[in-house]
Design a protein around this ligand. Structure first.
Ligand SMILES: [Zn+2]
Length: 392
């Protein structure tokens, strides 16, 4: 009796291993899977046949051979199903629907009014329900439908428990968001920090094993990939670079500390540099875009503010580079829209403040959909690990 249970559990584990491997590789073969997993060829063949019958995997012709028979190439079926990714920021929400190969098939953006009185878990839940429903309504037919839904939030998240620990700029704390969403939708949910999602997206796309993704909007957070895996730290809150101190007796931050990097290098910093120059500045959905246009048209207050913003971004990023020594640092979030105005100053400060090895670190501006894409990618990565074995 125990033997039967063990065999079925083992088959389940092996099938998930095989599918995860096929998902991770762009193209592979039964022989390569057998070599990589140590499973014998008959087991791999039987599991792959099952996955092909279920339309998770497809055969795409013959590969090259070093002597024996040419292997049949396999890849994950991009049309097996779809994933939803939602990126919640303070001034806007970006949502995408992707196929299983992470191609965006639907995109939508909702602008939010910056208003502290709105910020309740019910308010955010209503927004998420509306956005998820609208995205799923745009989904084409497929064998497996919604593979998963990933939610990216700006703050401290317990990814394993599916709970919000603290979202400083929304003032929300201790919230079982996955449990609440699961009462409305029958799909597997994942929730993670926005910068972690951005880092995961860049990792999946480019396979750079050591990278950092700085998401700079109203606040700042970092997602860290070390040796090809997200680094989460003891409590799952690693990467809170926005709340590291860059000015010992500096400004009061929303987190309660003084002199945090995000007070100087986020949209809040930009607004304050403008006010120091006598310009009334309100953070809203078009704040950075409009400010960039004014700076580009030569307005001295806006040019000055972006120069200060670039300097502050450079100081904090230099600290991040000194700690992590990544291959690439990605700059995401709304602040990245100002790349033509801040990158030069960032490079100057990094050259001035970093050790030689870190001076030349590539800084790449991420796509505005990177975080939502990463959330969808995390949902698919999780779904692939949960594919059930049919009961015979
Ligand atoms: Zn802070």
């Amino acid at each position: 009796m125990y033997r039967t249970v063990d065999a079925s559990v083992m088959r389940q584990v092996n099938k998930q291993t095989v599918l995860s491997l096929i998902y991770q590789k762009s193209v592979t073969s039964r022989v390569a899977i057998s070599e990589e997993t140590g499973l014998n060829r008959a087991t791999v063949s039987s599991l792959v046949d099952e996955l092909i019958a279920e339309e998770f995997v497809e055969e795409i012709g013959l590969g090259s051979s070093t002597g024996g028979r040419k292997p049949i190439l396999l890849r994950f079926n991009a049309r097996a199903g779809y994933a939803v990714g939602v990126d919640v920021q303070i001034t806007h929400v970006t949502s995408v629907l992707t196929n299983a190969a992470r191609d965006v098939v639907h995109y939508q953006r909702l602008e939010l009014e910056a208003n502290q009185e709105h910020y309740t878990t019910d308010w955010l839940l209503a927004i998420l329900r509306q956005e998820i429903q609208a995205v799923i309504a745009a989904m084409p037919a497929s064998p497996h439908g919604v593979l998963g839904v990933g939610i990216a939030l700006p703050g401290l998240i317990n990814h394993t428990a599916g709970r919000v620990i603290y979202l400083p700029n929304l003032g929300l704390a201790d919230w079982g968001i996955v449990e609440e969403l699961s009462q409305w939708f029958p799909y597997p949910f994942v929730v993670d920090n926005d910068a972690n999602c951005g880092a995961w997206s860049e990792y999946l796309t480019r396979r750079i094993n050591n990278l950092v993704f700085v998401n700079a909007g109203v606040g700042i957070g970092s997602g860290i990939i070390i040796n090809g895996a997200l680094y989460r730290g003891r409590d799952g809150i690693a990467g809170e670079s926005g709340h590291t101190t860059i000015a010992a007796n500096g400004l009061l931050c929303s987190c309660g500390n003084y002199g945090c990097w995000e007070e100087y290098a986020s949209e809040r910093g930009l607004a304050r540099y403008l006010r120091e120059f006598g310009v009334e500045a309100d953070i809203g959905p078009h704040f950075v875009t409009d400010s960039v246009h004014l700076a580009q048209s030569g307005d001295p207050a806006f040019r000055h503010a972006f120069q200060k913003l670039g300097e502050s971004l450079g100081i904090g990023l230099s600290n991040v580079l000194q700690v992590l020594n990544p291959e690439v640092a990605y700059l995401g979030g709304t602040v990245a829209e100002a790349q033509s105005l801040v990158l030069g100053e960032m490079h100057r400060v990094i050259r001035h403040r970093s050790m030689d090895a870190n001076k030349g670190t590539r800084i790449v501006v991420a796509e505005p959909t990177a975080v939502a894409l990463g959330a969808a990618g995390l949902a698919i990565s999780q779904a692939v690990k949960m594919v059930p074995v049919p009961t015979a």
